[in-house]
Design a protein around this ligand. Sequence first.
Ligand SMILES: Nc1ncnc2c1ncn2[C@@H]1O[C@H](COP(=O)(O)OP(=O)(O)OP(=O)(O)O)[C@@H](O)[C@H]1O
Ligand SMILES: [Mg+2]
Length: 470
Amino acid sequence: MSQASIRVRLTLWYGTALALILILFAGTIYFVMSRGLRDQVDASLEEAASAAIRTLGEHRFGPFLIFEDLSQNFPELALLDKFFQIFGPAGQVTIQSANIKSREIPLSQTAFQASLKGQSTFESVRFDEGVPFRLLSVPIRHTERLVSILRVGTSLYPTERMLKRLLLALVIASPLAIIISLLGGWFLAGRALMPVNVITCAAQRIADGDLTQRITSPRSTDEIGRLASVFNDMIARLEVSFRQIRQFSADASHELRTPLTITKGETELALRRPREAEDYRQVLESNLEEIDRMSRIVDELLFLSRADLGEIKMTMTPISLDSLVREVQLQATILGQDRQIETVLGAVEPIVVDGDELRLRELLLNLVDNAIKYSHPTSQVELSLRQVEAQAELKVCDHGIGVSSLEQQRIFDRFYRTDTARAHASKGTGLGLAICQWIVDVHQGAIHMQSSPDTGSCFTVLLPLRAPVS
Ligand SMILES: Nc1ncnc2c1ncn2[C@@H]1O[C@H](COP(=O)(O)OP(=O)(O)OP(=O)(O)O)[C@@H](O)[C@H]1O
Ligand SMILES: [Mg+2]
């Protein structure tokens, strides 16, 4: 059963439940009907008996009573479906109606005994020919003495025939009803499960590697509709992350290939013929620069992948952000000296946050390094720190090349560098801001930038203030 398809199981469950209900229903109908018919027969027998007793009373219970007299006075007794018998006090037949013909229907011991006690008796009997009868025996007493016993009887044949027909109808109609509703159930279960088949096929195509596949199901809020939309959302997210992973590997290899190609080309060129010691020194120096660059990329990549795995340990301590900003400003002044870029302090409020000093310093240095790197010579970079509600707001603003709004969404992606940035400063891996984003995230803060090309950029970092010690 557990291996059968849901459609088969649903249909079988449904069929079994329906069959049980039908059996119960048919049984109840048959029982109520047979009880009703018997009660009806009994009531008509009682009626006939009391009419007969009345007639007998009028004839003073004389022994000359004949059925014809009875039926003349009471036309309802002339009904063909009833017969009458009158037994003497010893139980022997004295008179009986003509429609009983020559059939022998003796008084049973039970009826006789009951009559002696003055009780009426209903009996169902079946004679040799198989015709069923319902009999009512009523004692007729005069001054506490049993004078005679009146018996009214009727054939149960019409009742039995009716019940047989009913049974036949139920026996034929019930399985038919079950078959029809099983077919209906099979059809409905198939219809209800059709979207599941569609989902299975789509999932199969996705499993084969086509992540662009989506489930096309009518936009509905039923169970299947919700399943389809959750499934589609999941595949969309998977598609994005797979694309990012592919992009990331392509970018990583591309970033590593450039310094490798340079190193290789320069080394090959140097080895082509014997050279002066000074030439070799120059080649080695240039190679060292490229090797430095590669090891930086590898270090940063390693850091990011360890961060992804949650392996970077953080030591959270109270950090005075304003002192950190001042220290970084001094370093930035040295960094910008070559291109006469001055780093100035705007408003700096004393603010303490909970954080890892090393990482927060790295965050600030990355931002300041970018600001200087992407500034025009002789321009200014401004650092400011202030409290906004329950947050520390740190700003690093420059007057440099800026970033177009389209590109702004991607600058936090790993290895992403804008074309203007590549043209402006060849050095850079495009991993700095990805690391900043991670540092801000682990400090439960937020980072965003405002920028317009050629006007400059402003990076804002929001960090929660240190929780007051209670
Ligand atoms: N202050 C800025 N002004 C203009 N563009 C910026 C600024 N800061 C970042 N960007 C853009 O965002 C990109 C990503 O910055 P990110 O710091 O991640 O990489 P990078 O500075 O190019 O390399 P590195 O890994 O050495 O920091 C930069 O290449 C540049 O295009
Ligand atoms: Mg950078």
